[in-house]
Design a protein around this ligand. Structure first.
Ligand code: URA
Ligand code: CA
Length: 433
């Protein structure tokens, strides 16, 4: 096979065979095929798309480019959750103990990553002593005994995706449904999931801004999952404003604790019940979504979900006292307030701008080597639809060493106030199974 022939084939709108896709992905992973040919091919895929078979084969080839995690020693259906990313998305911290408390095994591999705040691991490290540096055997034992554990990401999963994503980033080919869908799904499959719940964000702060694009991506991923033998459900949820009130690391841990106590923000709570009930159904812990939701609510009300969180923290070396005494979490030296200049209804909160503001305070990493400050971040007091009066606080900034004035201006500019009443945005737009 010659790569140039495969580029021309895709350029002319034909479909690849399974062998051709394997040839491209294996050759690229081994550096047998150069970047410039894969660039041209990615652009051909961008314009001419892939059919359902090609998408599944591509995903499979990317999974097989590296190590895969074997979770078969864990009892039950291992359901993983993935979010396409947003601002202030604390759902993993809440969902892991919440669904574990009703018996769904949660074997989570998590990363640090770049972004507005740290990843799930950074957030968990706000808990003194908590460690994800455990062996594979310890990880599997913990999930079998406690139903939940988190382990740090290995570097050896899906090397083809790392190369391809990096190349797409600089060749204008990120925004292609088959390439995005295979990229995301390959990582979940390589991490050993039997079933997958996807939280596909839509709106101004999301990767996919338009509902029809988000649906198309969700449908593509659900099909890939199902074609490769993994039951997959996608929930399409709102990212027109940050989720919940907190954007930061320790701040989001505090918000997760509140939510597990049944005292969290409405939108975050609702999204966790929705995603959690789909996870429980895929794990066969409940027959229907309604039954699953009731089980999750009961677990919050009885305190079982919170106890599960404590057990999870303790078993990975963390100090679970914090759950009853959240004031022991890292706190910033100063709090600065962002106030409204006029009366009105909040009609917009540009999520990306709030995210960037949190990063300027030190909550996230700009480069792989940046050191993040677990204590800093942003607490929103007003969300879309709320009424505010001039001088009222829109948001509080938790600050250590950053210069605060530009951040105050940025957060203020992220808010739009109007005279007319505004409805809060819908939270769940669709569910695709
Ligand atoms: N996230 C991914 O992991 N891959 C993509 O291609 C796009 C978003
Ligand atoms: Ca949040």
């Amino acid at each position: 096979m010659r790569m140039v022939d495969l580029i021309q084939k895709k350029r002319d709108g034909y479909a690849h065979t399974k062998e051709e896709i394997r040839f491209i992905i294996d050759g690229y992973t081994k550096d047998d095929i150069p970047d410039y040919q894969v660039s041209a091919w990615s652009m051909a895929v961008y314009f001419n798309d892939m059919n359902d078979d090609e998408r599944a084969w591509l995903t499979e080839a990317i999974v097989n480019s590296g190590e895969t995690i074997d979770l078969s020693a864990i009892e039950g259906v291992k359901v993983d959750k993935h979010s396409t990313g947003g601002v202030g998305d604390t759902t993993t911290l809440i969902l892991a103990p919440l669904v574990a408390s009703i018996g769904v095994p949660v074997a989570k591999m998590s990363g640090r990553g770049l972004g507005h705040t740290g990843g799930t691991i950074d957030k968990l490290e706000s808990l003194k002593g908590f460690s994800v540096e455990i062996t594979n055997d310890e990880f599997i034992n913990l999930v079998n005994t406690n139903k939940v554990a988190v382990i740090g990401q290995t570097d050896n999963l899906t090397p083809a995706d790392k190369k391809l994503y990096g190349l797409r980033d600089v060749t204008g080919t990120v925004n292609s449904i088959p390439l995005i869908a295979s990229s995301i799904m390959s990582k979940k499959l390589a991490a050993g999931a039997d079933a997958i719940v996807l939280d596909v964000k839509t709106g101004a702060g999301a990767f996919m801004k338009k509902l029809d694009q988000s649906k198309e991506l969700a449908e593509a991923m659900v099909k890939i999952g199902n074609n490769l033998g993994r039951n997959t459900t996608a929930v399409i949820s709102d990212m027109n404003q940050p989720l919940g009130f907190m954007i930061g690391n320790a701040l989001e841990v505090k918000e997760a604790i509140d939510t597990l106590k049944g005292e969290g923000p409405d939108d975050l709570t609702e999204l966790c019940y929705t995603l959690g009930s789909h996870m429980a159904v895929l794990a066969k812990k409940a027959e229907t979504i309604e039954e699953a939701r009731q089980m999750l609510k009961d677990a919050v009300e009885s305190g079982a979900a919170l106890e599960q969180f404590k057990l999870f923290i303790r078993s990975q070396g963390g100090d679970a006292e914090v759950v009853d005494h959240p004031e022991q979490l890292p706190t910033a030296k100063n709090v600065a307030e962002v106030t409204a200049d006029q009366d009105g209804f909040v009609s917009e909160i540009i999520a990306d701008e709030i995210g960037t503001a949190a990063m300027l305070l030190g909550a996230g990493r700009a480069t792989k080597d940046s050191v993040i400050d677990l204590a800093v971040g942003i607490e929103l007091h007003k969300k879309i639809g709320d009424h505010v009066q001039a001088g009222e606080v829109l948001a509080s900034l938790h600050v250590n060493d950053a210069e605060v004035e530009p951040v105050i201006q940025k957060v203020k500019a992220a808010y739009t106030l109007t005279d007319n009443e505004v409805k809060a945005p819908q939270l769940i737009y669709d569910v695709i199974r």
